[in-house]
Design a protein around this ligand. Structure first.
Ligand SMILES: NC(=O)C1=CN([C@@H]2O[C@H](COP(=O)(O)OP(=O)(O)OC[C@H]3O[C@@H](n4cnc5c(N)ncnc54)[C@H](OP(=O)(O)O)[C@@H]3O)[C@@H](O)[C@H]2O)C=CC1
Ligand SMILES: Nc1nc2c(ncn2[C@@H]2O[C@H](COP(=O)(O)O)[C@@H](O)[C@H]2O)c(=O)[nH]1
Length: 325
């Protein structure tokens, strides 16, 4: 089995068939909808809030609202619906979440997308929740995760998941691999590749994206969509505290399993870091889209599909050779 991660891979260019990168189309379909880019900000409290969700939905991007303000989920969905915007929320697996799903069905408030968001998604608790959502909200597109193996992808797909999310421990604020010894941290791209060989439905690569080029690499190795936390943290619009140190502005980015999220030090598998202020999220999204258009042109195509077929080479830890960052 070949083991590598994002920094170990370079994609091999093909002859260009466009005259301008602007001809390249970054659109992607997930479920019944088409989105502008195969990228979704992480469903974390310092990455997305209602304002960002509304901006993303209104501008053709996919979004997944986090699950950490449970009571606000129904009013949020009602607000999005009133504005004719799609709804995409997260749930956990506690018994109260079963009641929440039933309540949505009773109110005929059917989310377009529901993400079951727990650390170790290859679990009966997730399989049962998939069944429960499919029973009460059969029209909803269900994303289940997180997982790191082909067996898990197969099992969640067979349970009814419409997409699975791959990535245990590669996140920037993750400490799972240190605390437990387990995960796909350090070999996330290989893990994605292994999972894609088993998947019959879309995969969402989650965690470990450090550069825009990593998006194209995820697509090459089987992702339909890429979930990103740290690259979206630290923006003007980002939720969370700010601080100024030596005249430099920083914004917080913390893990969903950190003490800052949980409010207690129990089963902590996440930490907090401070990210230097990056300007506007809208600008970053535009830059990401342009970079992805460029990736498509190097792949020798006009759309995302072109990236899936390109050759690659393994150049261990060398993508930053010659670059000074
Ligand atoms: N992608 C990743 O690598 C990781 C992501 N996270 C994120 O952190 C947040 C909190 O995650 P999580 O702790 O799952 O959520 P919760 O604390 O909501 O846990 C969900 C349920 O699963 C149980 N549970 C959690 N982990 C395990 C396990 N290893 N074995 C058996 N049962 C388990 C919990 O019980 P109990 O607490 O009693 O065990 C709880 O009942 C999520 O948003 C998740 O995405 C967290 C770690 C890794
Ligand atoms: N192990 C942990 N993983 C976490 C935690 N909170 C979030 N996450 C995962 O990280 C990605 C984002 O990764 P990034 O490299 O793009 O920053 C996120 O989508 C989750 O899957 C946590 O507390 N512990």
């Amino acid at each position: 089995m070949k083991i590598f991660d994002y920094e170990d891979i370079q994609l091999v260019p093909n002859k260009c068939i466009v005259n301008s990168r602007s001809e390249c189309e970054t659109k992607v379909k997930l479920g019944k909808r088409e989105f502008r880019m195969p990228v979704v900000p992480a469903n974390m409290q310092t990455i997305i809030d209602e304002n960002i969700a509304e901006f993303l939905a209104a501008n053709g991007y996919f979004y997944i609202m986090h699950r950490f303000d449970e009571a606000s989920r129904i009013p949020f969905m009602e607000k999005m619906r009133a504005k004719n915007l799609f709804t995409s929320i997260s749930v956990g697996v506690k018994s109260s979440e079963y009641a929440f799903v039933k309540e949505l069905a009773e109110k005929a408030l059917v989310p377009d997308y529901v993400t079951i968001d727990i650390a170790h998604g290859h679990a009966n608790s997730v399989i049962e929740m998939i069944g429960h959502i499919k029973e009460y909200l059969p029209e909803t597109f269900v994303i289940a995760g997180n997982v790191g193996t082909p067996e898990a992808v197969r099992e969640l797909e067979n349970a009814g998941a419409d997409a699975t999310k791959v990535g245990i421990g590669p996140g920037k604020v993750c400490i799972t691999k240190l605390k437990t010894g387990f995960g796909t941290g350090g070999w996330q791209l290989s893990a994605l590749r292994r999972c894609s060989k088993a998947a019959r439905k879309p995969l969402i690569a989650d965690g470990g994206i450090r550069t825009h080029g990593d998006i194209a690499k995820s697509i090459r190795f089987g992702a339909t969509m890429v979930m990103i936390g740290s690259l979206f943290a630290g923006h003007e619009e980002s939720p969370g505290d700010t601080k100024i140190e030596d005249g430099v502005l920083y914004k917080e980015y913390f893990g969903s399993a950190s003490e800052y999220q949980k409010g207690e030090r129990k089963n902590v598998e996440g930490k907090k870091i401070w990210i230097q202020h990056k300007g506007s999220l809208a600008d970053t999204l535009v830059e990401m889209e342009q970079d992805l258009q460029s990736s498509i042109s190097y792949a020798g195509g006009k759309d995302i599909e072109a990236i899936r077929k390109v050759d690659y080479v393994i150049v261990k830890n060398s993508i930053f050779n010659g670059d000074i960052f």
